[in-house]
Design a protein around this ligand. Structure first.
Ligand code: ADP
Ligand code: MG
Length: 255
């Protein structure tokens, strides 16, 4: 599944990492791949410092076909190299071949491709490699317009399952509504993540938000989207306080 947008900074990497953790918590084996090879951030957002194999190594054929990706917070991941010298002569078309290979091994329930923004070589390689596209955008006109361009590109290459997630939602009058977006794109809006300064805090500290504030309402919004993608009905966890009251009541009734 490709996590895509027209512009940078809308929250693709944040969303990819937290979606990976949420899917893992829902029992789905997930692999995250940093496909933003020229400006990689995924390992940092995941809080992972120990990794050896990068996507650049994979592209250069330097690793065994069946290598085991590194893992952090229960999620397997393939970062991109942060070494500037590693970005020369990258053949982005290789992504399709490698994603197909990993998907074919059926080890993972989900392979999440964190994309570079826009329709450059990096962005289009994800649009082509993924079997399903999830657009992340804030609900404002300029960002939506850029997604329309990506959407048009998708139609040109191949029709895929497409969905949208709104991020950095502030509930202002100038923001597009769910219904309007669904009508416009003819694709479902799977959920909305609010603008939440604690997300910026978690990024600054290199801790995934779902580990940073696991019980917050915003964390639940990430989990809801993950549940919908995994085809699992999202069940609100009853708070321990409420649970305790029920336990006490039950005891009282039963004497
Ligand atoms: P992209 O991958 O699309 O370039 P990032 O995931 O790197 O975007 O996010 C860019 C910045 O926006 C980061 O500082 C991140 O903490 C912040 N951010 C992401 N989602 C939210 C949100 N829902 N509320 C507030 N800040 C957010
Ligand atoms: Mg990013």
């Amino acid at each position: 599944m490709g996590i895509v947008s027209g512009k940078g900074g809308v929250g693709k990497t944040t969303f990819s990492v937290n979606l990976g953790i949420a899917l893992n918590r829902l029992g789905k084996k997930t692999l995250l791949i940093d496909c933003n090879i020229t400006t990689p951030h995924l390992a940092y957002y995941l809080g992972a410092e120990d990794y050896f194999i990068t996507l650049n190594n994979v592209f250069r054929g330097e690793v065994d076909e069946k290598f085991a990706p590194s893992s952090h917070s229960g999620v397997a991941f393939i970062p991109a190299s942060e070494e500037l010298r590693d970005i020369v002569k990258i053949d982005f078309d290789r992504l399709i071949k490698h994603v197909n290979k990993i998907a074919g091994s059926r080890v993972f329930d989900f392979i999440i491709l964190d994309s570079a923004p826009g329709l450059g070589k990096e962005g289009t390689s994800v649009l082509r490699a993924a079997d399903e596209i999830l657009f992340v955008t804030d609900p404002t006109i300029p960002n939506i317009t850029d997604i329309v361009r990506c959407y048009e590109y998708l139609h040109m290459v191949r029709t895929k399952r497409v969905s949208i997630v709104f991020n950095k939602v502030r509930e202002k009058h100038f923001e597009l509504q769910f219904k309007d977006a669904e009508h416009f794109f003819e694709a479902p809006v799977l959920g909305a993540i609010p603008f939440d300064e604690y997300i910026m805090d978690s990024t600054a500290q290199g801790i995934p938000f779902l580990n940073y504030m696991p019980d917050s309402p915003t964390a639940k919004d990430f989990i809801k989207v993950a549940a919908s993608l995994a085809g699992i009905q999202y069940k609100k966890k009853s708070s321990s306080k409420v649970k305790n009251i029920f336990v006490k009541l039950k005891k009282k009734i039963r004497g």
